[in-house]
Design a binder for this molecule. Sequence first.
Ligand SMILES: Nc1ncnc2c1ncn2[C@@H]1O[C@H](COP(=O)(O)OP(=O)(O)OP(=O)(O)O)[C@@H](O)[C@H]1O
Ligand SMILES: [Mg+2]
Length: 452
Amino acid sequence: MAKPRILICDDEAEILRYLRKLLNGQGYEVETFDSGSRLLQRLETEEGGDLLLQDVRMPDMDGLAVFRKVKEYRPGLPVIIMTAYGSIDAAVEAIKLGAYDYITKPFPKEKILGVLENLFEREQLLQENRQLRDELHGTAASGSMVFRSRKFREVYDFTLQVAASESNILILGESGTGKELIASTIHHSSPRRGAPFYSINCAALTETLLESQLFGHVRGAFTGAFATQKGILAEADGSTLFLDEVGDMSLAVQAKLLRVIQEGEFIPVGSTRPKSVDIRFVAATNKDLETEIRAGRFREDFYYRLNVITINLPPLRERIDDIEPMARHFLSRFAARMKKEVNDLSPEAVRLLQSYHWPGNARELENVMERSVILARGATITPDALPMRSAAPLQASGGAGPNISLETLEREHIRQVLAANNYHKSRSAEILGISRKTLDRKIVEYGLAVPA
Ligand SMILES: Nc1ncnc2c1ncn2[C@@H]1O[C@H](COP(=O)(O)OP(=O)(O)OP(=O)(O)O)[C@@H](O)[C@H]1O
Ligand SMILES: [Mg+2]
């Protein structure tokens, strides 16, 4: 690693001077800021910086507010909080929000150098991980994430950074944004990667299934329990367990899992002996859990146990730069799978993909590309193999342009009527003056996307 650059923000000139001298002496580059606003200004306008040491008690701005902004501008920047005795609460809060560590003032030289050394060692590891991942790319396509936007790069870096810790993680994002893929990335970039990655879909877990699926049972625990079943919690001991759709978990199940997270142990059905387990939990949902808590559908204590660190996956429409590389990635995957010689996207097709709003995010893009490979007539995907249309040409020409085929026109018109009527098929059929059956046939024929 090149000389790491450390940013330090503290209102006490004495501290800044001391740290600068100490860290320069160890070969680090140092930049100092005597106020939160100066620091934020720097982060907003300039790149660079491998680590931030930040005081959380400063006169000009609430230190935690500054920290939140820092995380917003630079989610991937590791931050060590500096705090005086008596303001530990703020430091703990910052850790929950994603700070790497904290140190209490006055800090002895060894303490601070130790923390830095740890951190940079870990960063080095992450760097190597990332390189390995990049090298694997192409071959290990299904497991790897594709992106180009800066926004996603930061989320991804943050993910690798928190993967290395043992903390539980909550992944939030609209449906299809890649939550499951990120969960598996976390596991495979963590010290637990040697073990298999375990995953359960909480929406599918009824309470009865839960008992034996999660906790396992001993032989003879109930009629039909002929053999001892281990249960996923026991299986996942020493590994990562992904709780998918955690927002749909019943309150009773939440209560049971809360105990496992808190005590690190559980009792298999029919047994009297508690079993202790060491599991890292990663959970995901597209629900707003705070709303669920207020509505009494989600336990607040469970939420805090899971949500030690949050990863927010931005929707695809907020990272348009990712659309093209992802589309090409899916394209080559489906072309290979279907053994079709399709390998390119026309510039018009790229523009069309980029102008669409992607309510179904990456999953929808994946489906669109699969379909386009099926429909492709040549090596290059053109807009007619894509289900979405920019409504512009039809409307701009006050109806049909002179160079549009009847078929295209019909397809586009049906699409617009469906969209305008919220995909209510009977109503759309009535407006179009065709039977519901004909509409269904045309939807299939034209490959129109109709949300379930
Ligand atoms: N950045 C990416 N690069 C490559 N593939 C991606 C990327 N993001 C998502 N995908 C793919 O898109 C599909 C949807 O992703 P995933 O299942 O992880 O989303 P999700 O957020 O869990 O969706 P849901 O909320 O519907 O469960 C998967 O096939 C996944 O592999
Ligand atoms: Mg999912």
